[in-house]
Design a protein around this ligand. Sequence first.
Ligand SMILES: Cc1cc2nc3c(=O)[nH]c(=O)nc-3n(C[C@H](O)[C@H](O)[C@H](O)COP(=O)(O)OP(=O)(O)OC[C@H]3O[C@@H](n4cnc5c(N)ncnc54)[C@H](O)[C@@H]3O)c2cc1C
Length: 452
Amino acid sequence: MQRRKFIKNTLGYPILLLTPSLFTGSCNKGTDNDAKGKTVVIIGAGISGLGAAKKLKENGFEVIVLEAQDKVGGRLSTNRTLGISFDEGASWIHGVNGNPITSLAQQAGMKTFQTLDDSRKSYDTGGVLRSTSSYNTAEDELYTILNTLTNSGSASQSFEKVFNNLYPAKANDRLWKFLLSTYVTFDTGDIDKLSSLLYNEGEEFGGGEKIVTNGYDTIAHHLANGLNIKLGQRVSKVDYSSAKAKVTHNGNVTEADFVLITVPLGVLKSGAIQFAPNLPAAKINAIQKVGMNCVNKFLLTWNTAFWDDVQYISYTPEIKDKFNYFVNVKKFHPTVNALMTFAYANYARQTETMTDAQITDEIMAHLRDIYGNNIPNPTNMLRTKWQTNENAFGAYSYTAVGTEMQHFDDLAEAVNNKLFFAGEHTEADYFSTVHGAYMSGMREAEKIIDLV
Ligand SMILES: Cc1cc2nc3c(=O)[nH]c(=O)nc-3n(C[C@H](O)[C@H](O)[C@H](O)COP(=O)(O)OP(=O)(O)OC[C@H]3O[C@@H](n4cnc5c(N)ncnc54)[C@H](O)[C@@H]3O)c2cc1C
């Protein structure tokens, strides 16, 4: 039930046709040394910015990373306040074979656990356990639908609209609401806005899913080592009208030969960074047309565990996208009694207006429906608010109605060989993922290296 699970799940995936240097940074083209004296300012210390910074530095550039937050990692964000790692952003390596994050994780000392995909129980309302066969049958049918619905899609219709037209009986079925929520909305974005033509775009690595157990930010800290990173520096303007670009941050101006912009699509959409002159029309259009979704994550802890000893517990409430899927953290942290749950799309946005007590009550109502009224309240609850987070304004990009795959390339397009753009939303094949973000940083570093 992890993100990217359904996409093209029956196909074989091509191993990336990328040069090894793109992943390893081992080929240092500029060291003889045209890059000396050339300054690159990188905006954002997420994995795309950090990966690019490391590679550019290894190739002789002077690299300055400006990061708005007081920490590196961006959407690789680990909260350890409860003594365990709660990854507020990414948790999984989606497909370990050929994935550049697999080797990066090893170098960084990041620990992972192969999630037990078949270790699961699904409950209907009233605590009624669904039979494995009925769940599996519906899941198989969903995969078939996902492999074919695009044939009935059109440029102006959302996934939800086409699905509801084709399968009206399923539209109000609780199990189907759950399946669409956790297999489609979680993986992509709001299904009432998701493109009925492009919902299954994007490539995938094979080899199973691994969840990170000691914090995804381990990779960010590994990449950040030895780099010149200025924290707490919010960039408000990029002026690229003269030979040197001028980047304004916290009232200061830093000049650069090249600027690499890696802020999330949500930040670009918000207009928080002013560009002078304005960005080209194609880029502005792409910023508007590619969708930015919202996923929020919640970690709850107890003194004792009362739930099933399985990896995943699912619940199928009437309200879609609402706390319907629980990851049993105890499976990979045996001494910790914790569950992680999720909210997606508009319900996720709604949670951001709710108090901690309201959130806990709503989650407990689902768990009490499954396990009875006597189960205790949690000792702690951690939560995210990605929609209103000014460093992201959403979780990750998706193909909305109106998105064209060309828009991802437009987001990646350099401007005047001075402004460069990386980030998950710039990778047409691997958008919305950690590996896509990392690959985009490598790609842009290569472009800049090739210019000198
Ligand atoms: C809830 C959630 C779950 C996810 N789950 C997974 C998963 O399981 N597996 C997976 O592969 N992917 C997952 N992803 C996606 C993955 O986390 C991202 O694709 C990836 O981390 C993005 O990296 P990035 O470098 O493009 O952007 P970011 O990591 O967002 O980096 C951008 C940086 O820019 C900074 N910034 C923003 N504005 C400014 C400014 N004005 N000035 C200076 N700095 C600024 C930000 O603070 C941030 O540090 C998930 C994301 C979320 C939010």
